[in-house]
Write a protein that binds this ligand. Structure first.
Ligand SMILES: CC1=C(CCC(=O)O)c2cc3nc(cc4[nH]c(cc5[nH]c(cc1n2)c(C)c5CCC(=O)O)c(CCC(=O)O)c4C)C(CCC(=O)O)=C3C
Ligand SMILES: [Fe+2]
Length: 370
């Protein structure tokens, strides 16, 4: 029986996230950070800025990450894991490079990374690995010793991610009017990405959609077992960005609600499986925009919960850390996974989830760093 508190060779965990503005003056600089060199039309940026101003210029994502950070520290301490947890972001303070510098100055040399994205894709995986490479390059220029950085496997199908969402769907169904509940569809939703990015995601391509379908099916199965009702479900997309002539994954969640209504479906639960916490994509694109659409249609729709800092998710992170640490020590740990795809790879292979241009990416087989 492997020791579930042994985190050797790692000496720290880094929570790596997107970052978000914390007041109205932060919104424009934040959006500039996000979109630098990405060819997002000005009109789209103005519109997205409005989403943030509607909430006082504050994205909920930083508060969500502070909660997760505190929950991880508490859980690790209670379970007897002696592993400090740090937090850094791609697009807002605390910036990744500053956090990594602090970690190195604290003497951390073997760092394991938890990204707040559960699935394979350029935006959700390789881009974070590129951010890590950029941060390591900055430390190298400063003459600091470079830590070795590894990234946890994709956790989309870990029971600690799937089960809280399945329970969330049951709670959401209970909120629907009784006459609607049995006929309600489950509308699984995630971030749209360019179809070209979807096609090349993961080691063999197509991973982004395949992983979401696997999670959706696992949740739909759990809900059917629990309720005895076999509800139809679909995977749809939200938060499309980019230039209009570039194809992104469809259908859009709002168009889909309209279609369901047109077909006489009595109601729906929107299940935001693509997101780890209630950040702006959830609060604006679903709770504001899609809910307004549903109201306009007169279609009863409830949005189910993201995992956030659910204790089962927090425990899953601890298990994933212990699992990876054991694997690094040459042991053969048990790897929990629901669905049909099985546990994801520990180390992204060469060329996994390519971007539009080849840039150095750390924490993978093609990392220029150790
Ligand atoms: C797959 C995916 C996830 C899920 C996985 C993950 O979580 O990583 C995600 C999460 C997030 N996306 C976020 C915010 C934004 N994403 C944008 C733009 C884009 N997202 C993309 C993809 C994804 N994005 C893509 C392909 C673009 C086009 C430009 C580019 O190729 O980069 C833009 C620019 C404006 C616009 O929307 O056009 C913003 C402001 C926030 C923060 C929310 C908050 O503040 O609470 C979060 C968590
Ligand atoms: Fe995004």
């Amino acid at each position: 029986m492997p020791d579930a508190t042994d985190t050797r060779p790692y000496d720290a965990l880094l929570l790596l996230s997107f970052g978000g503005p914390e007041g109205p003056d932060d919104v424009v600089p934040f959006l500039e950070n996000v979109t630098r060199g990405r060819g997002i039309p000005r009109e789209r940026l103005k519109e997205v800025g409005q989403h943030y101003y509607l909430f006082g210029g504050v994205s909920p994502i930083n508060a969500q990450n502070r909660r997760l950070l505190a929950a991880l520290r508490e859980d690790f301490a209670a379970a007897g894991l002696d592993l400090p947890v740090y937090w850094g972001n791609r697009n807002w303070a605390p910036y990744l490079t500053d956090t990594l510098r602090e970690m190195v100055n604290d003497g951390r040399r073997r760092i394991l990374v938890l990204a707040t994205s559960a699935y394979a894709s350029y935006s959700g995986c390789r881009q974070y690995r590129e951010n890590l490479a950029d941060a390591l390059a900055a430390l190298e220029r400063e003459g600091l010793p470079l830590p070795r950085v590894d990234k946890l496997r994709h956790y989309f199908n870990h029971p600690g991610f799937v089960r809280p969402m399945a329970d969330g769907v049951l709670a959401a169904l209970a909120e629907l009017p009784e006459g609607v509940r049995a006929g309600a569809h489950l509308v699984f939703t995630t971030h749209s990405i360019p179809t070209a990015q979807a096609e090349t995601s993961g080691p063999d391509g197509g991973a982004y959609v395949a992983q979401h379908l696997d999670v959706a099916r696992a949740i739909a199965d759990a809900v059917r077992r629990e309720t005895g009702v076999d509800r139809p479900w679909e995977l749809v997309y939200q938060s499309r960005s980019g230039a209009p002539h570039v194809p992104w994954l469809e259908p859009d969640v709002c168009d889909h609600l309209e279609e369901l209504h047109g077909r006489g479906v009595p109601g729906a639960v929107m299940v935001p499986i693509g997101f780890v916490s209630d950040h702006m994509e959830v609060l604006y694109d679903l709770d504001t925009e899609a809910k307004a659409k549903a109201e306009e249609l007169g279609l009863p729709v409830v949005r189910s919960a993201t995992v956030g800092a659910d204790p089962r998710f927090v425990a899953a992170v601890r298990e994933l850390v212990a699992e990876r640490a054991a694997a690094e020590r040459g042991e053969r740990p048990e790897r929990c996974a629901l669905g049909a795809l099985g546990p994801s790879h520990d180390v992204c292979p060469v060329g996994c989830c390519p971007g539009r241009e080849a840039r150095p990416a750390a924490a993978g087989a093609d990392s220029p760093y150790a």
